[in-house]
Design a protein around this ligand. Structure first.
Ligand code: AMP
Ligand code: MG
Length: 487
């Protein structure tokens, strides 16, 4: 038999060896009957892994940390974090492990990480496990985000463990094998800061700079430049979320990646009808992480990062605060610019549509969409065909088509480019009713709907005949959607 762990890739334990204070060596729980539920062959190839090897019993055990590959030293990572505004000085991976880092075929260093791999010393009251539905959900949504060009952690595989897990009912257990540029979070820096360890903080920042923002190392004030780069990455990321109608759902500081990737898909969802107050998480009762709050929350989280970084910004605390405030001041401008530029692209507008014209046009449109409870994704995709004057399809989405027509006249005067619109307005997003349908079937043992949905979402901008049901809004009886954190 081929020894998959020997012949394939070599892991590095960079984080494990460089950050002993933040890395607890740990082992994944032994899965009684591991079964491969989903394998991302493209991702495997990108990592330099042979998909056929990963499908063998040995390969499957490697994917869940039951067979430890060469060089891997699995660790649970320590981090702190603000959860719904409240501070926890110790969170850490309660049910996850970093297997190690791998240099992919493009020479890029990637983390390979397990989620649902059993209790760790950070588990507190949790059981350390994850169940099939939510792990396939992260797989679906993260791969869809990637296909839309939105920075995100990736999903390599989901393996059913054969271990039943107690939730509201007994559910089948699973492990997600996740790939990320790194798992450094705002909470990692908060952890170093709360422990008063400036030397650790500095090493952490140096590590993040070398992995994500190498240009900062050459700046006159490297740590200020690093903070600026994280701000810019988040401003751009959250703008991308807003432009596709994505609600993350749990923007705690431990769920904000320093790399600028979307991370930790829990009770996330895409809006159907445009609604700034959209909340899908059953535990977000106050709507802290509602759709329209996301840019403000990102800024709030970056302010927590600034507090953590202060000792690196300047030795004098007052001057450090002044530098942090100055850097943070850029967030709103950068976010607004990224959002408006993305919205102009969605509307097919070029450089001729200056900000004073495009911004009110966009705002007026969103007010109309909100008023009419119009399906956000269908509207923008349909609007492309309205560029030439064929407004029937989008018009039909409005209860008050007159107001829309008046808006469309203003818009058409700017000569929108329909073809360009189709390149940025997705036809296929992971609509909640489709995701639920796929997960319910998968949990009951039928992976057909999941696999078909994965295929459709892999190419979001190309409309395909016969796939109409994947483009359509939820049926009226789907009701108000909630996703649960009982993951
Ligand atoms: P999350 O909101 O999923 O990012 O998780 C917040 C914290 O709770 C992290 O420290 C997780 O590792 C931990 N956690 C979540 N679910 C479990 C579980 N079932 N068992 C142990 N720890 C968990
Ligand atoms: Mg998390």
């Amino acid at each position: 038999m081929r020894a998959v762990a020997e012949t394939t890739l070599t892991f590095e334990g960079r984080f494990a060896s460089e950050f002993e204070e933040l890395a607890v060596p740990w082992k994944a729980a032994e899965a009684p009957d591991p079964q491969l539920l989903a394998l991302n062959e493209g991702m495997a190839l990108e990592l330099g892994l042979n998909p056929a090897d990963l499908r063998t019993p040995e390969g499957i055990r490697l994917l869940i940390g039951n067979l430890i590959p060469k060089g891997a030293t699995p660790v649970a990572q320590a981090y702190a974090g603000h959860q719904f505004g409240g501070y926890s000085p110790i969170l850490g991976d309660g049910r996850a492990l970093l297997l190690g880092e791998v240099t992919d075929v493009n020479g890029r260093l990637r983390d390979v990480h397990l989620k649902g791999s059993g209790r760790t010393p950070f588990a507190r009251a949790g059981d350390g496990f994850a169940v099939v539905g939510p792990m396939l959900r992260e797989y679906l949504v993260s791969e869809s985000m990637h296909a839309m060009g939105i920075p995100t952690t990736r999903s390599l595989a989901v393996v059913g463990t054969g271990q039943p897990v107690r939730r509201e009912t007994m559910l089948p257990g699973a492990v997600l094998t996740r790939v990320a540029d790194s798992h450094l979070r705002v909470g990692s820096f908060q952890f170093a800061r709360v422990n008063g360890d400036t030397e650790l903080l500095r090493r952490l920042a140096d590590h993040a700079i070398s992995r994500h923002y190498p240009a900062a190392a050459a700046a006159p004030q490297p740590y200020v430049a690093f903070f600026d780069a994280v701000i810019a990455a988040q401003a751009s990321l959250v703008a991308r979320w807003m432009l596709v109608g994505f609600v993350h759902g749990v923007m705690n500081t431990d769920n904000m990646a320093i790399s600028g990737e979307t991370i930790d898909y829990g009770p996330c969802a895409f809006m159907d009808a445009f609604n700034p107050g959209a909340v899908y998480s059953s535990i977000d009762e106050g709507g802290r992480y509602a759709y329209a709050n996301q840019p403000l929350i990102a800024e709030w989280n970056l302010t927590r990062l600034a507090e953590a970084l202060l000792p690196l910004l300047h030795e004098d605390q007052e001057q450090a605060v002044a530098l942090a405030v100055e850097s943070l001041g850029a967030f709103r401008t950068q976010y607004s610019a990224a959002w408006l530029s993305g919205m102009k692209a969605k509307l097919g507008l070029g450089a001729g549509a200056t900000e004073d014209i495009a911004a009110p046009l966009a705002d007026d449109l969103l007010a109309l969409l909100q008023q009419g409870e119009v399906d956000y994704t269908s509207f923008f995709r349909g609007l492309g065909s309205a560029a030439g004057g064929a407004t029937a399809t989008v018009r039909a989405l409005f209860v008050d088509p007159e107001a829309f027509e008046a808006w469309a006249e203003r818009w058409r005067a700017l000569m929108p480019d329909a073809e360009a619109m189709d390149r940025v307005n997705p036809v296929y997003i992971p609509r909640n009713h489709l995701v639920e349908e796929a997960l319910a079937a998968a949990t009951a043992g039928d992976l057909g709907p999941f696999n078909r949905l994965v295929d459709v979402l892999a190419d979001p901008y190309t409309e395909r005949p016969g796939q109409e049901r994947y483009a359509a809004p939820a049926p009226d009886d789907f009701g108000s959607y909630r996703t649960f954190c009982g993951t």
